[in-house]
Design a protein around this ligand. Structure first.
Ligand code: AMP
Ligand code: TRP
Length: 324
């Protein structure tokens, strides 16, 4: 089976953008690929964070991912900092990456402008560590949301550079997008994200889901109930695609265009379907306890380490270091 890897930062609660852009796909791909899923805590150090909260956040995220259906029997599920080879390979790749290409990364430009002159070298080299995460396991596919496509292009570039300088070694990884690769925030202004507080938490209770949806931005070109709608530019319609059946999505699409259904009713149906899909996840999450999750992560780290150690042994040889 081809190998696949993806990662997520423990920077806050999971939201439905993460779920529809990536996590739902992670779960579905298990069994068809050799899957590696990683909580990237070292990446979460690239912007200001509270040291006292990091370990708890990592544990909570692991719990949420297990509740979503990541199955440790089928996937290698682990924490990045438990496998030291990630940073070692990142250094090797840093000596191949150029300042110019890293300066062009959109995520760096956005995040460094928020840091107002305090952006760190860690934030600048973030994509190099991401490339190391992927190449360390020789993954061929990377299921992510659309915002990560540029980082994957960069990964492919350094991968090619490594292979041409030191000899063919790493396969070139490709992004794998879900059918909803970009979920906008409830404010309709930017993508849904934890830091902008424009999100629906994945573990929200049904009442919270429906109250958040009530205030959500829809189709800006539909001002009155009787105006025809434009589902292709409506974020609520996109979210329907993730939670409603194909049949319902098609009927909502045509009813919206002919003004047969209004935004309030459309949101009501969505809230019900979201609650139905998310309730089992919430229940599983509440049942998981810390010690069983720690055990799962410990076993995952052992499996990941054995692959990572083998890759680094070969990398050290390839790049010409003295071996003892
Ligand atoms: P992050 O929370 O930034 O670590 O992202 C984890 C995963 O969720 C990545 O694969 C992202 O591409 C994906 N993701 C984050 N926000 C969104 C969004 N608004 N729409 C679609 N995918 C997203
Ligand atoms: N940069 C990714 C994000 O913000 C997280 C990430 C780190 C990742 N390492 C990865 C994703 C490796 C895929 C593969 O979402």
């Amino acid at each position: 089976m081809p190998r696949l890897l993806s990662g997520i930062q423990p920077t806050g609660e999971l939201h439905i953008g993460n779920y529809l852009g990536a996590i739902k796909n992670w779960v579905l791909l298990q069994g068809s690929y050799e899957t590696f899923y990683c909580i990237v805590d070292l990446h979460a150090m690239t912007t200001p964070y509270e040291p006292k909260e990091m370990s708890q956040r990592t544990l909570e995220l692991a719990k949420a991912l297990l509740a979503c259906g990541i199955d440790p029997q089928q996937s290698v599920f682990f924490v990045q900092s438990h496998v030291k080879e990630h940073t070692e390979l990142a250094w090797v790749l840093m000596c191949l990456a150029t300042m110019g290409e890293l300066s062009r990364m959109t995520q760096f430009k956005e995040k460094s402008s928020e840091q107002k002159g305090h952006a760190t070298a860690g934030l600048f080299t973030y994509p190099v560590l991401q490339a190391a995460d992927i190449l360390l396991y020789k993954a061929e596919l990377v299921p992510v949301g659309e915002d990560q496509v540029q980082h994957l292009e960069f990964t492919r570039d350094v991968c090619r550079r490594f292979n041409s300088r030191f000899g063919q070694f790493f396969p070139e990884p490709k992004p794998l997008l879900s059918k909803t690769p970009r979920i906008m925030g409830l404010d309709g202004q930017t993508k849904m994200s934890k830091s902008r507080n424009n999100h629906i938490p994945l573990l929200a209770a049904p009442e919270e889901i429906s109250s958040l949806l009530k205030g959500a931005y829809t189709d800006p070109a539909r001002l009155r109930r009787h105006d025809p709608g434009h589902p292709e530019i409506c974020n609520i319609f996109t979210i329907h695609k993730g939670f409603s059946t194909q049949e319902l999505v098609s009927s909502i699409e045509s009813d919206c265009r002919t003004a047969g259904i209004g935004c309030t009713d459309c949101k009501k149906i969505l809230a019900e379907n979201m609650a139905k899909s998310l309730e089992p996840i919430r229940e599983r999450y509440l049942r998981l306890n810390d010690s069983e999750v720690l055990e799962v992560l410990c076993a995952g780290a052992t499996k990941a380490q054995s692959v990572a150690k083998e890759t680094m042994k070969q990398v050290r040889e390839k790049i010409g270091l003295l071996l003892v």
